[in-house]
Ligand binder design. Structure first.
Ligand code: UD1
Length: 361
């Protein structure tokens, strides 16, 4: 049994790391393919170091481009890798273009596919990730879900029940593993702020940052928020490019920094007063560290973070966001509970399910 694990973009590293560890313990053969979708040291290499990921056995080096060109390059290079190495199972995670490209190749070569973080749906097909999720799920033999809404979505879309495994959240495995270490490093000191005395901001969704009008609107709101609460803004390269092009100004209480390494980022998140984000994974991480989270989008594909956790979907309306910040500062926010099976053992459940599948295939 030879398993091919695929990573490509930043969030893949935290999701796939527990799977790689758990599969290794089972004694299956495996190899790691990095598509190269993310390539800057602070978007990729630093996570390999901090998470102790093995060096990729195959690096496809695809880099950035339009969606079709990027996915096309991933497919061409990944097909070569599969033909050479002949894996028995391809494992992809999340919803990035690398997930889509690798899933299509596996399906076309008749290699069974497993999808980690299956079934999430924002029901918004203008999001590239929604397309990637739908396709990867339809092509998968093994579908590993993080929350019950994932099972419901998949069953409604006609996926056979026996293919769906509710295993919990691998990103949470990684978070729980490194959280104490991260907070022990006191990353807030570097920014001259105290635990509970700052907000953390991330922004990278095309809908929020690619249009100058949308980006300016959000940063006007953030400037307002920063009067009450200093903001640490970890800037994604996509966002940085637009900030520089549009010459958008931020207030002095907004500290702009490069994409942060994992320990520093989760340490900052865990002790923040609140988190403002348009990321998917950060909504989940905020729920686990029990920090109020404002999602700067119109929807979420992770509804359990709202129903059980600390998340509220607030869009980009200034009044709604400022009222939410007031509520947080007044201590009026839901405390949140950790959702079922977000317990640090999801990677092990995935390895068990792969083992059971391998025994009967
Ligand atoms: C991608 C994912 C998104 C995920 C995000 C996490 C897709 C469609 N989108 O978005 O779901 O939430 O990663 O970060 O897969 N760039 C660099 N250095 C890098 C990588 C990218 O400078 O190492 C710049 C390039 O200008 C590139 C742009 O960022 O054009 C966007 O990169 P891309 O991978 O296409 O999408 P993300 O916005 O990172």
């Amino acid at each position: 049994m030879l398993i091919c694990n695929v990573v490509g973009a930043r969030p893949n590293f935290m999701k796939m790391s527990p799977v790689i560890d758990a599969v290794k313990k089972k004694g299956f053969g495996q190899f790691l393919v990095h598509t190269g979708q993310h390539y800057d040291d602070n978007m990729s290499k630093v996570f390999f170091k901090e998470l102790g990921l093995p060096k990729p056995d195959v690096h496809l080096g695809v880099g950035s481009d339009t969606h079709a060109r990027q996915v096309g390059r991933i497919m061409i290079a990944f097909e070569d890798a599969c033909l050479k190495k002949k894996p028995d199972l391809v494992v992809v995670g999340g919803d990035v273009n690398s997930t889509l490209g690798a899933a299509l190749v596996a399906a076309k070569l008749h290699i069974p596919l497993a999808h980690v973080e299956a079934g999430l749906r924002s029901f918004d097909r203008t999001m590239p990730e929604e397309i990637n999720r739908i396709v990867a799920d339809q092509l998968s033999t093994l579908l590993f879900t993080t929350e019950k809404s994932g099972n419901e979505n998949l069953e409604r879309e006609g996926v056979a029940k026996e293919r769906i495994h509710f295993v919990g959240n691998c990103m949470v495995d990684t978070l729980l593993r490194y959280l104490d270490k991260a907070t022990g490093l006191c990353p807030w000191k570097k920014y001259g702020v105290e635990p509970g005395g700052y907000a953390v901001l991330t922004l990278h969704r095309p809908i929020n940052v690619d249009s100058p009008k949308a980006l300016k609107l959000i940063l006007d709101i953030i400037n307002k928020v920063s009067h009450d609460l200093p903001v640490i803004f970890s800037v994604h390269p996509r966002t940085k490019q637009h900030l520089m092009e549009q010459k958008i100004e931020t207030s002095r209480s907004v500290q702009i920094c490069e994409p942060l390494p994992y320990y520093e980022f989760i340490g900052l998140m865990a002790k923040a007063r609140c988190i403002l984000t348009d990321s998917g994974g950060i909504q989940e991480e905020a729920t686990v560290v029990k920090v109020p989270c404002l999602t700067l989008r119109e929807n979420t594909e992770r509804p359990v973070t709202v129903s059980s956790g600390t998340n509220r979907v607030v869009g980009t309306d200034s009044k709604v966001i400022c009222e939410a910040i007031d509520a947080i500062l007044a201590g009026k926010w839901q405390a949140g509970r950790r959702p079922p099976l977000w317990d640090g053992k999801s990677g092990l459940r995935i390895a068990d399910a792969i083992e059971a599948w391998a025994a009967h295939r």
